[in-house]
Design a protein around this ligand. Structure first.
Ligand code: NCD
Length: 498
């Protein structure tokens, strides 16, 4: 299990099952001994920067109360009114200021997806994501897990194995759902049910994640009745009005699902109903009359927020928590786009196609999938003045291929990464005196910086938001690319070259 000391909490992906259980048990200890003097002084004089750019009640009050309860202090803002953000300040400049105030940790909530990751990359102190746009909300998922553990395992004596957790409402924009899906998928044999209108269905990347982890998923469409019969936990959510452009569509979707005592009555006696809150008083996705039923767990869930945030902040800031580590933190090593290959034979073989004369000195890109050469030539010409020639549809070992020859050296990593992203099969040959002196496969590295732009318009890196970005990073997942900031996954062709 990795130590949490001085670590960021940006995504539920940062947590493994041991971390989740450790934080759950610690939160339960804090809940039981909240008035103990040792607990109340355990983060004495630690300072938390609390940057809430977006409305919040429970998360902000719970997080601020948590550090105060442990002996620490808070400074920051709630809403951008009265701050320089109103004057057009970018996130990094605000963070710079807060960082200079000797904060020990930052709690941030911001409407843009990926903003918490940007903060973590920019600052040396740990950052806790308290909700970044419609991306993630990991502290909420942890307090939700604590509630499930407390109610189902400790109170009802049930097991997580075989538990049926149904998510209903806004699965598209509901960041709490995304983080919950990730945390629950770390435990074996939890079954997930989904209830949502098509317009707010769970994004494909979370479905892919559940499939990869072998989680049993049932899509109930909008059939809440069928879902509730099966559910051990029904996790309902508010339809997130703030992300809808079309008010009529919002109204339709928001009113599609409603939890009433009659509906709860058809569920199991042991069913618990959860909701991250707030619920919308006009829509009342959970009717007020459900509140007094024994199944209603959402108020206890909200109370658990304090204890879980105490556990999170303690783990990040109290040096004693470092004792839980038995795993070294390893940083990923930067990789080169060139993966060296042995050079076979001596003299270069006689060229097979008269259309493309041999070059004495320069670079040859070979095994380009047929039809792709012109795109590559375009990229090369954009970054160098060297003379470029190409031939299409040559005969290769595995069918037809294109070849590009450059009278000059091309060694710019960014250019080579772009070429590698067009196809993983291309080989790179350096020619001197008519001989191949270096040969490599072009393979996009695992982490790609400043080569492509995330296509998600709500990502903090989208040019229209004018944020200062320290490096537009994406992960190469093979067929797909994933944005380092907002987590958006899509095919390479959806990411544009920078
Ligand atoms: C949620 C949020 O902000 O994502 N609320 C919360 O943190 N308790 C859910 C919501 O706003 O609907």
């Amino acid at each position: 299990m990795k130590s949490w000391l001085n670590q960021d909490l940006i995504s539920a992906l940062d947590l493994d099952a041991d971390n989740i259980m450790h934080l759950t048990n610690l939160a339960l200890v804090f809940k039981r001994f909240e008035n103990d003097t040792a607990v109340r002084g355990s983060l004495k004089d630690k300072l938390m920067g609390s940057l809430f750019y977006q409305p919040s009640t429970r998360t902000r009050l719970g997080t601020e109360q948590a550090i105060r309860w442990l002996g620490g202090h808070v400074q920051g803002f709630s809403g951008i009114e009265g701050t320089s953000v109103e004057k057009g300040e970018c996130i990094c400049d605000t963070l710079h200021m807060v960082g200079n105030f000797n904060c020990d940790v930052i709690a941030i909530r911001h409407p843009l997806m990926g903003s918490a990751q940007l903060a973590a990359d920019y600052l040396k102190i740990p950052v806790v994501n308290c909700g970044d746009g419609s991306h993630e909300h990991p502290t909420q998922a942890l307090l939700d897990f604590l509630t499930i553990w407390e109610k189902k395992v400790l109170e009802q004596g049930k097991n997580l194995d075989g538990l049926n957790v149904v998510f209903a409402g806004d699965l598209k924009y509901g960041r709490t759902v995304h983080s919950n899906i990730i945390t629950l998928s770390k435990f074996p044999n939890i079954n997930i049910g989904l209830v949502a209108a098509d317009q707010v269905a769970l994004p494909r990347q979370y479905l892919r994640l559940l499939k990869q982890r072998g989680v049993n998923v049932t899509d109930f469409g909008t059939d809440l009745r069928a879902a509730i019969k099966k559910a051990d936990v029904l996790y309902d959510t508010r339809v997130q009005k703030e992300w809808f452009d079309d008010t009529k569509l919002y109204e339709k979707v928001a009113r599609a699902l409603k939890i009433t005592p009659e509906l709860v009555g058809i569920g199991k006696d042991s069913l618990i109903i959860m909701h991250p809150l707030p619920r919308n008083k006009k829509v009342r996705e959970i009717d007020y009359s459900v509140d007094d039923l024994p199944q209603a767990a959402y108020m206890d869930q909200a109370n658990n927020g304090l204890y879980m945030r105490m556990a999170i902040l303690y783990s990040i800031l109290n040096p004693l928590s470092a004792r839980i580590t038995d795993e070294q933190q390893t940083k990923p090593q930067p990789q080169s786009v060139l993966v060296k290959k042995p050079i076979r034979g001596g003299r270069r073989k006689k060229r097979r196609d008269e259309r493309l004369p041999d070059i004495i000195s320069g670079t040859v890109l070979d095994h380009i999938p047929a039809g792709k050469a012109s795109e590559i030539v375009y990229l090369i010409k954009d970054s160098t003045d060297a003379k470029v020639e190409y031939a299409e549809g040559l005969k290769g070992k595995n069918g037809t291929k294109d070849v590009v020859k450059v009278r000059g050296q091309i060694d710019d990593e960014k250019l080579l990464t772009k070429i590698a992203l067009l196809s993983g099969r291309i080989t790179y040959n350096v020619i001197e005196d008519g001989r191949v002196v270096y040969k490599a496969n072009l393979r996009p590295p695992k982490m790609i910086t400043d080569v492509v732009q995330c296509p998600n318009p709500r990502c903090v890196t989208a040019p229209e938001h004018d944020e200062k970005i320290l490096g537009r990073k994406v992960y190469n997942l093979g067929k797909l690319l994933q944005c380092h900031y907002c987590g958006h996954e899509a095919s390479r062709s959806e990411f544009s070259f920078i």
